[in-house]
Design a protein around this ligand. Sequence first.
Ligand code: SAH
Length: 345
Amino acid sequence: MNDIRHISTDELTEFLVQEGEQKFRAKQVYEWLWKRGAGTFAEMTNLSAALRQKLAENFTFQHTEIAAKAVSTDGTQKFIFRLHDGAQVEGVLIPSGGRVTACISSQVGCALHCAFCATGTMGFIRNLHFSEIFDQFMLMDRQARFAYDQNITNIVYMGMGEPLLNYEQVMESVRRITSPAGPGLSPARITLSTVGIVNGIRRLADDGFKPEVAISLHCADELKRRARMPVTEHQPLSQLREALAYLHEKSGKRITIEYLMLKDWNDSVEDARKLFRFCTAFPVKINLIEYNATDSGFQPSPEANMQRFIDFLESKNMIVNVRHSRGKDIDAACGQLVRSANQRP
Ligand code: SAH
């Protein structure tokens, strides 16, 4: 049996017509699935009981549920989602000054093994289907209304996984979330974050990708970067730089560079100079990220080093923001999302 959310709208319409239903029923079912975020056929209350029954007999409905939730003293909330096969991913809701940002996962686990990131220790388990990415958004949107009396205003693909290694499903999730027939979130309010998968970035450019793109650069020295971010062995900085210049040429947008500040690894003035040089081929905004403690053995960059780094970049007229962590007390901050097989919610 097919899952109801894995078939196209045409297939759905065809099925309903075959079953003697009128065409507009397809629109109703579509809305339940992709606008109202139903998790079961039983919720589709404007369909007859007989039709709901027929749907249930002909399709499966894999749904995602919230297995656990933790609330930080700063208002940030972390959710553990249980997927249809029992796999778990995490998502985070971050309220700040009128906005509610949802951080969502694109894969179960992660194949990149960046030395400073807890998710990497899980290894890669599987890709998420677009419906599972969509579910995280929908479930958290409902929670945002309860908790903050507000819908999600922004989405960042910065949870578990590497979005560009699950390209098709991530793109489809963006299409569903931004579709006027669905939640209709503006693409300008979505940011996709990537370690810098070169062919993925070129594909975004060619596909006319509308959301913002952020690169987890963290280091602009090839060998140092490769040592801590092993995947970058096949994604050299020279090629990344060219791909970003190409993306900018196509999208006309500023590229966000994420730079995790780690003591004595990437926080010297020489490192800042390399970062500046890397960024001369396209306009950027630099987000310096505070390191969140994991078991990696790294230390956060001391205030004085941060300041020297910032001063250098600002002397080159670069836009620099410092991103302070949210939700650290509940392990909800960047790089802290991890589910191990024996961990209970
Ligand atoms: N794989 C994608 C999406 C994950 S985004 C990417 O690399 O962009 C999560 C962000 O948090 C990345 O920028 C990641 O490098 C960063 N991060 C990882 N570990 C961290 C830590 N311990 N403290 C702060 N940020 C961390």
